[in-house]
Design a protein around this ligand. Structure first.
Ligand SMILES: Nc1ncnc2c1ncn2[C@@H]1O[C@H](COP(=O)(O)OP(=O)(O)O)[C@@H](O)[C@H]1O
Ligand SMILES: CC(=O)OP(=O)(O)O
Ligand SMILES: [Mg+2]
Length: 402
């Protein structure tokens, strides 16, 4: 079976085409700047050179058509025609309390995703555009949706409720949902396999630190707590998101600076985090580089970022009454030895002993970076959200065919 995985954002659409027989990626790529004056299309076939193209792509339907053109192209395509695509799997950020696992797209499912627009205004409307675009271009092809929130639906109410009037939960479903669930699920499973131990027997903290960043406490193989909340704003300090702050700051600043709701939201989501503190960039590479060149604000941003991460790891070790495995993943977690070292060197009392040389080795494989004596195993596990989406899509569509 061939599965096309789509991660649609408001102005971008990323894709991967899988052959599920051997879980090979046939091609991947992205359309960026949808709806802007010049959109950029990047297509990476597995065995051919990368293709880049700048053109005008005004909406998601056109973007999906371009993707199909790319993967079926005579020269740089990887399949003969669109009819070879058996199913499409989508990443959906918010599944609320309704979706506890991946499902086939039906009218009802689409209605539910629409009902969740309120809870994820930046993400879910864009995903819906992806779904309707695929429907328009490939009406016969079954689609499956895989939710970032689903893995965290196992959290106990002590983890997911906020200490605010309970009417807010009953009326508006205000609670912690957590995100990056597909990634936390993938890397925790992979880490247990790497260590050759049953996942259920390990107390794990997984750190998905990319542009968005979240930690999860994994107990008995299930999500027990996670740092993102009702929206992907809570928790760790991120590229442009503040993470945890005193909630009283919001009405205070709105009043003092005469900010609208949108402006306040934008301040915390787009103009905070590492970008705000470093004054340089939201990108950890640029911040680290500036820090090594002696920039004080970059160093402060780096120190705050790693300090806040250590606090969460400590909190989750306490929450689970122990920790056996610490996992780093996503853009920063997989590629920044500086961040991993700063985090691990600050929590040695927990029983972490980092092998500094191993930590500096670059690799795309899952690997251990703690010493043999370290009581807590520290691993770097490259995430693969797309593969899990492809697997779920494959399973659900196969069941449909039987
Ligand atoms: N070599 C590197 N060193 C430090 N940070 C890196 C490196 N490569 C990537 N990153 C960080 O990874 C972040 C992107 O992570 P990623 O998981 O790809 O994000 P997204 O949330 O967009 O999927 C970038 O902002 C960058 O800071
Ligand atoms: C939910 C979320 O924060 O996603 P991303 O890391 O892709 O921004
Ligand atoms: Mg990501």
């Amino acid at each position: 079976m061939k599965v096309l995985v789509i991660n649609a954002g408001s102005s971008s659409l990323k894709y991967q085409l899988y052959e599920m027989l051997n879980e090979n990626v046939l091609a991947s790529g992205r359309v960026e700047r949808i709806g802007m004056d010049s959109s950029i299309v990047t297509h990476e076939p597995a065995d051919k050179p990368e293709v880049r193209d700048v053109s005008e792509i005004l909406d998601h339907v056109t973007a999906v058509k371009r993707v199909i053109d790319m993967i079926t192209h005579k020269e740089y395509g990887v399949i003969g025609s669109m009819s070879e695509i058996d199913a499409v799997g989508h990443r959906i950020v918010h599944g609320g309390e309704v979706f506890k696992g991946s499902v086939l797209v039906t009218q009802e499912v689409k209605l539910e995703i629409r009902r969740l627009f309120d809870l994820a205004p930046l993400h879910n409307p864009a995903h819906m555009m992806g779904i309707t675009a695929v429907e328009a271009v490939m009406p016969e092809v079954p689609q499956v949706v895989v939710f970032d929130t689903a893995f965290h639906q196992t959290m106990p109410n002590t983890s997911y409720l906020y200490p605010v009037p309970t009417v807010l939960y009953r009326r508006h479903k205000i609670r912690r949902y957590g995100f990056h669930g597909t990634s936390h699920a993938y890397v925790s499973d992979k880490a247990a396999r790497y260590l050759n131990k049953p996942l259920q027997s390990l107390k794990m903290v997984t750190c998905h630190i990319g542009n968005g960043a979240s930690c999860a406490a994994i107990l008995d193989g299930k999500s027990f707590d996670t740092s993102m909340g009702m929206t992907p704003l809570e928790g760790l300090m991120m590229g442009t998101r503040s993470g945890d702050i005193d909630p009283a700051i919001v009405p205070f600043v709105m009043n003092k600076e005469e900010l609208t709701l949108n402006e306040a939201n934008s301040m915390l989501n787009k103009h905070s985090g590492m970008l705000a503190i470093s004054g340089i960039s939201s990108d950890m590479r640029e911040v680290t580089e500036a820090m090594h060149e002696g920039d004080k604000n970059a160093k402060l941003a780096f120190d705050m970022y790693t300090y806040r991460l250590r606090k969460y790891i400590g909190a989750y070790a306490a929450a689970m009454n122990g920790i056996d495995v610490l996992v780093f993943t996503a853009g920063v977690g997989e590629n920044s030895p500086d961040v991993r070292e700063a985090v691990c060197e600050g929590i040695t009392f927990l029983g972490i002993e980092l092998d500094k040389e191993k930590n500096r080795i670059r690799s795309k494989e899952a690997r251990e970076i703690s010493t043999p004596n370290s009581r807590i195993k520290v691993l770097v596990v490259p995430t693969n959200e797309e593969l899990l989406i492809a697997r779920d899509t494959n399973t659900i569509v196969k069941e449909l065919q039987n």
